[in-house]
Ligand binder design. Sequence first.
Ligand code: SF4
Length: 372
Amino acid sequence: MSKIGLYLHVPFCEKKCPYCDFYSIHASEEWLNLYTDCMIKRMQYNSFKLGRLADTLYFGGGTPSLLRGTRIARLIKQAKISFGLQDAEITAEVNPGIDLDDFLQGFRAEGGNRLSIGMQSADDRELKLLGRRHTFAQVVQAVETARRVGIDNLSLDLMLGIPGQTVESAKRSAAVCAELGVPHVSAYLLKIEPNTAFYQRREQLQLPDEEEACTLYEAVCDELERHGLRQYEISNFAKPGFESRHNLKYWHCEEYLGLGPAAHSFLSGRRFYETRDLRAFLAGQPPIEDVDAEIPAGSPKEYAMLALRLTEGLQDQKYSARFGISLPTHWKRSAQNYAHAGLTECWPGGFRFTRKGFLVSNALLAKILYES
Ligand code: SF4
């Protein structure tokens, strides 16, 4: 049986960023301890129930570094007992500006080997506009601290479309990531989500229009690739061999178990998720089935939608190994219709979206997978 990915959602932040709609609440010592004890029990229960091994572990948030060293060490130790984690990629998201020394001691001691650092921008003015609590100097400090404890597998997050951001400043942030020598960068376009402070004042924000956002995206993609960070997914770039093993499981439609409030899972042909409520998690509320009649979990359409996020695209060989049939010819024919516009690239064994195609991927997916 193949190994799964294990995702643990850590729902704590010092303060809510005005653009963020991830589930997180203010952390108190009491909540952090209750959460850790409960998560350990949840891992023990799921290990007993599922009997599966994992080869990736990802602490997302929220701000996992708020757990500090002792608690993160306990969680990794239990994850190893419950899910094996032999030769695993073990990642934690961390925020610059929070004292990382203590956290990293515990993380590293138990085998943590990858960090995703919430940099967002190299420009302090943009960081302030985003409501971030750190400066660029603190990003540099976080990178140095990680390397000092022996973690070189680092990823930096970049935000595109920050109010007032220019192509030049976005390219500068991308170049700075390369200058810092990290092997992985994630670059996401700012999306104004309902129920956020940014949404309330969206009219006052100087946000880029669609065309400007596309220009920013393409400029940053070019800049990162120019520095050897190859695009492998719509928003992700890596030096060869440093692609996120955990996130690739999502895009390859492989199985993963998500534990913690708001965590999602795909396991044994089912998708399910936990509610966005720490109290419900602590009370042991079972996860909720995530049923989508249009795109059943693990179906060929879902597999295709995820594969087309990747620059490797949708490949006949992998598709038939999974489903026992070739890629539908009407998908291939339809994809071919967009090649002349530079939105797709097709070859006898499959097709993929180009960078221009990524910018309109939802419309392309609808045309190719549903209307062909
Ligand atoms: S630190 Fe991250 S998870 Fe927490 S509020 Fe800010 S963006 Fe959201």
